[in-house]
Design a protein around this ligand. Structure first.
Ligand code: SME
Length: 150
């Protein structure tokens, strides 16, 4: 089953309306996004907790590494560059951090609030080349709707 982004966007807007707690919002998004699509095998947030450092936030799936410096991995690259990273083959990405050896492709999107970068959303797939530019654009829009005004 592939996600219906129109439906997902509406559902998330309804569920998160009026909520401003970042962890409550991240937990709700991780759950809703993860269960919306069979391609998504790990879905979660890494939060910026101090300069140049990401720590695990709410997620769905198997165990995720607790700490990722900005200098490492796909998540670090997204945080460092402030740009979405669409990685069709994780083995070809220098410095990729393998939390699960089954992961083949990955999509990481920076999350911005009014004060700047607060987190990244990481989605991992066990399928190679699982993600498209359309996935990136739809998820970027959802994150902007939910966190952009905080
Ligand atoms: N693969 C990520 C690390 C996080 S986990 O896969 C949950 C990376 O290289 O940043």
């Amino acid at each position: 089953m592939n996600v219906d982004y129109q439906d997902l966007t509406k559902r998330i807007a309804a569920l998160t309306e009026g909520e401003t707690d970042e962890v409550a919002l991240m937990a709700t998004l991780a759950c809703e996004i993860h269960h919306a699509d069979d391609r998504f095998d790990w879905t979660g947030f890494y939060r910026v907790t101090e300069p140049e450092l990401l720590k695990i936030g709410p997620y769905q799936g198997g165990h995720g590494c607790l700490v990722i410096p900005f200098s490492r991995g796909v998540c670090g690259a997204a945080a460092r560059e402030g740009r979405t990273q669409l990685v069709p083959d994780v083995e070809a990405f220098p410095g990729h951090i393998a939390c699960a050896s089954s992961t083949r492709s990955e999509l990481v999107i920076p999350v911005y609030a009014q004060r700047g970068l607060i987190a990244v959303l990481d989605i991992d797939s066990d399928q190679p080349d699982a993600f498209t530019e359309a996935d990136a654009a739809a998820l970027e829009a959802i994150l902007k709707n939910v966190f952009g005004h905080l």
